[in-house]
Design a protein around this ligand. Structure first.
Ligand SMILES: *Cc1c(COP(=O)(O)O)cnc(C)c1O
Length: 388
């Protein structure tokens, strides 16, 4: 019986172990765990990597989103346009600052927020009052836009930025799955006001625990995020704003600095695996049963996930599981149908493309260390399932 896990972080650790362990030892020897030289170094390196002027290391991708919203002054009475087909934190953080997530449907090919759906929502349901976009349904002020670069591919940013400019909306990019992703040659996270990245272990650049980053080209926003990251204290113990503890650990920063050197190589391996699948699925005559991910022509897709749209998804997932192939559903319940968002009053059918994606998509193993034989096993197992 074959064994192809969805992700094998031990294989990656084996490659960097000799380099990373002495650094951890060094940080422990220094006992300097909070906002030390590795945090500063990492922030500078990642800002450069992401094409942004500044990077602010934080405790998680979720806290990156929360900090971005806080720094932009989003709160009660505000509404943020976003996608319902994403990880929970996207809308969860909007709600946690007291704002309202306002969902618009996705593009069925990219799975990302559809600019057409956003434009339609604005034209049909909103009005402009004192230069501000007002939601006619709730009377709330639409203050921002939070596109997600899902699976490692950029949302269609040009038309989204056009809408944002037209209506004075702040743009927070949820780039948690998209470090190094490009849109028309530009790194994501540098396009909107603030970019939010996650170093959760399963992301392309994963820490040894939780960590994240905010990027921005606005020096004032960077400063504001640095202050809010330490409870809003500036100077220490003097608070003119209320922040939180959103700091990244020095140990995580040290680990991430080692891993960053390998990131492009790992991303290329993910892209090679995706190309292997693309060719092999076509060769196996699976085009009728399985829709492969489509990469936008002028984009760089980093393949945090390789997600296919398939017939009989749940049966296929179970079959692959029995054959030792790990898969996952990202995400089985679109956010507008989550119990905690019942107060937003969305019925099933409200966002049909998001619901269809939740019912039909499956993530296959794509991690860099996969062997060709393992990729072959995945393809053969899927072909076998559809032969029956
Ligand atoms: C992973 C992820 C987050 C949250 O990041 P954490 O580091 O797990 O808090 C937010 N949004 C998306 C789209 C993600 O994939």
């Amino acid at each position: 019986m074959s064994n192809v896990p969805l992700l094998d972080l031990k294989a990656q650790f084996a490659q960097i172990r000799a380099e990373v362990m002495p650094l951890i030892e060094e940080v422990c020897a220094s006992q300097r765990f909070i906002l030390g030289e590795h945090v500063l170094g990492l922030e500078a390196q990642l800002a450069r990597y992401c094409g942004s002027a500044a990077g602010v290391g934080v405790s998680s991708g979720t806290d990156a989103l929360l900090l971005a919203l806080m720094a932009l002054g989003i709160g009660v009475g505000d509404e943020i346009l976003t996608t319902p087909f994403t990880f929970f934190a996207t809308a969860g953080t909007i709600a946690r600052v007291g704002a309202r997530p306002v969902f618009c449907d996705i593009d069925p090919v990219s799975f990302n927020l559809s600019p057409t759906a956003v434009r339609e929502f604005v034209e049909r349901h909103c009005s402009v009052r004192n230069g501000q976009l007002i939601n006619g349904v709730t009377a709330g002020r639409i203050a921002g836009l939070m596109p997600v670069h899902l699976y490692g591919q950029s949302a269609d940013m040009d038309p989204l930025m056009d809408i944002a400019k037209q209506h004075n909306l702040k743009v927070i990019e949820d780039a948690a799955q998209a470090i190094g992703t490009e849109y028309k040659g530009v790194r994501v996270g540098s396009i909107g006001d603030i970019g939010c990245f996650s170093f959760f272990p399963s992301k392309n650049l994963g820490a040894f625990g939780d960590a994240g980053l905010c990027t921005t080209n606005d020096a004032d926003l960077a400063e504001s995020m640095r202050v809010l990251r330490v409870h809003g204290g500036k100077p220490k113990y003097f608070h003119s704003v209320i922040g939180g503890n959103f700091r990244i650990d020095e140990l995580q920063a040290a680990v991430l600095r080692v891993k960053l050197k390998y990131l492009d190589g790992w991303t290329e391996a993910r892209q090679r695996n995706a190309a292997f699948y693309d060719a092999a699925f076509a060769a196996a005559g699976l085009n009728e049963r399985l829709e492969r991910p489509q990469v936008a022509k002028n984009g760089r897709h980093i393949f945090n996930q390789y997600v296919v749209r398939v017939q009989k998804r749940d049966e296929l997932k179970a079959f692959l599981g029995e054959h030792g192939v790990g898969t996952e559903i990202y995400y089985p319940v679109p956010l507008h149908l989550q119990k905690c968002f019942a107060y937003l009053n969305h019925a099933a059918g409200a966002f049909p493309e998001s619901e269809r994606a939740a019912a039909q998509t499956l993530a296959l193993p794509i991690y860099p260390e996969l062997q060709e034989e393992q990729l072959r096993t995945v393809v053969d197992s899927i072909a076998e399932f559809y032969r029956h």
